[in-house]
Design a protein. Structure first.
Length: 135
């Protein structure tokens, strides 16, 4: 019988960029800012990261159809990178995937966040979180 992951996963740290119209920063800058905050909060080193999940819905106005932007921006080229898409729940889907991986993972979500239409939007938010299996 399946027992789920309750009491088997811990969020070690979290970082988040300021929400709103971010015309002053590129997607990669937002990822780095949130990553640095999450690393400091988690108290882990770059070498501890084993995999990454990236949630994105609007790839045409965002960073593309791949998750490669996450490990390449953070200079983590030798870890797995998975991109998930589930409209408004893309961040939750990325978080779920990272939790079920059962190892030290990075979860990030980014989407346009502005009052502009998607084809002209350039502001995003990124929210890396770290998780580690305690099982």
């Amino acid at each position: 019988m399946a027992t789920g992951i309750k009491d088997k996963i811990a969020i070690l740290g979290m970082g988040c960029t300021k929400f709103g119209e971010r015309w002053d920063m590129q997607e990669e800058d937002l990822i780095v800012d949130a990553y640095n905050e999450a690393m400091e909060d988690a108290g882990i080193e770059k070498k501890d990261i084993e995999a990454s999940w990236f949630g994105s819905c609007f790839d045409e106005v965002n960073v593309g159809k791949s998750a490669i932007v996450l490990p390449m921006t953070l200079k983590l080229p030798f870890i797995g990178a998975t991109r998930v898409e589930n409209f408004c729940a893309s961040g939750t889907e990325a978080f779920r995937g990272a939790c079920y991986a059962g190892r030290v993972t990075l979860r990030s979500r980014s989407e346009p966040r502005s009052s502009k239409t998607p084809d002209t939007a350039a502001s995003q938010t990124s929210e890396p979180q770290w998780g580690r299996s305690t099982a």
